[in-house]
Design a protein around this ligand. Structure first.
Ligand code: FES
Length: 109
């Protein structure tokens, strides 16, 4: 099972395992990692914004236009920002490091 290492804004790290095919958002939520995911993965919010470490970001498929649009609304956008609900875990991503931004903007409130 692929592992994901979540790093929060205090640099605290947690490693979790999730079945291949699970999204980063679901892997986080199942393990008590603090990512909101207000729209539950239908790309109607940006509360699942994560920052993928550059080395891993290069291994991901490019973001869709819809994902880019929602990311533009996120606080603290970086070049390797992604929506956690759109990253599907695979064995090739085993050990991926994902950072949680300090703030989110919830467009659904
Ligand atoms: S959970 Fe809303 S866009 Fe990912």
């Amino acid at each position: 099972m692929p592992r994901v290492i979540f790093v929060d804004s205090n640099e605290s790290r947690r490693e979790v395992e999730a079945e291949a095919g699970t999204s980063v958002l679901v892997a986080a939520q199942r393990n008590g990692i603090d990512i909101e995911g207000a729209c539950e993965g239908v790309m109607a919010c940006s509360t699942c914004h994560v920052i993928v470490d550059a080395e891993w970001a290069a291994k991901l498929d490019a973001a869709s236009e819809e994902e880019e649009f929602m990311l533009d609304l996120a606080f603290g956008l970086t070049r390797t920002s992604r929506l956690g609900c759109q990253i599907e875990l695979t064995d090739a991503l085993d050990g991926m490091v994902v950072r949680l931004p300090a703030e989110w903007r919830n467009m659904m409130l």
